[in-house]
Design a protein around this ligand. Structure first.
Ligand code: PLP
Length: 152
């Protein structure tokens, strides 16, 4: 359909900035192609630590508390596998990114969706959360900003 809006996987609407592409090209040309630390290069973890302090006011130790992953999907997958026990429930506001429910299921959990509405500007309301709460609730997944609604 010509007028359909895809709510599937998002593709950035900009090209990766030149300085990033140039650094990748330089690395390949220089033969920097070996494995790095599984938790991410120390220099990168230091940069992330500085960024979250300056921009978000959060203090994380780059050696012990920051882990570099190949995208958000791996990070969410690891977080769920590390924290969920079989049957634990995760509350997920919807509409949401397509992989969240399967991520919960793959970790043995149960996704409990809470619908949000356009006429409510897709805000997550306390009553929505309470209606999904149970004694098996383990996590509330908040993406910031939301894809696809843009709600922050
Ligand atoms: C809200 C949200 N979560 C997770 C992802 C997955 O991110 P990644 O491609 O870094 O795994 C996306 C990708 O578009 C997203 O929009």
């Amino acid at each position: 359909m010509d007028d359909a809006i895809s709510l599937g996987v998002g593709e950035p609407d900009f090209i990766t900035p030149w300085h990033v592409r140039e650094a990748c090209i330089y690395s390949l040309e220089s033969g920097i192609t070996s494995y790095t630390s599984n938790k991410g290069m120390p220099e990168l973890r230091d940069c992330i630590s500085e960024y979250v302090v300056q921009d978000l006011g959060l203090d994380y130790d780059p050696e012990e508390q920051i882990l570099v992953t190949t995208g958000v999907s791996e990070a969410i997958d690891l977080a769920f596998r590390a924290t969920l026990n079989p049957g634990d429930e995760v509350i997920i506001p919807e509409p949401c990114y397509v992989a969240y429910t399967p991520d919960v299921m793959l970790a043995g959990g149960i996704a409990k969706s809470v619908p949000t509405k356009l006429q409510d500007e897709f805000k997550l309301r306390p009553e929505g959360v309470s209606s999904a709460l149970s004694n098996k609730s383990k996590a509330l997944l908040l993406s910031y900003p939301s894809n696809p609604t843009g709600r922050s």
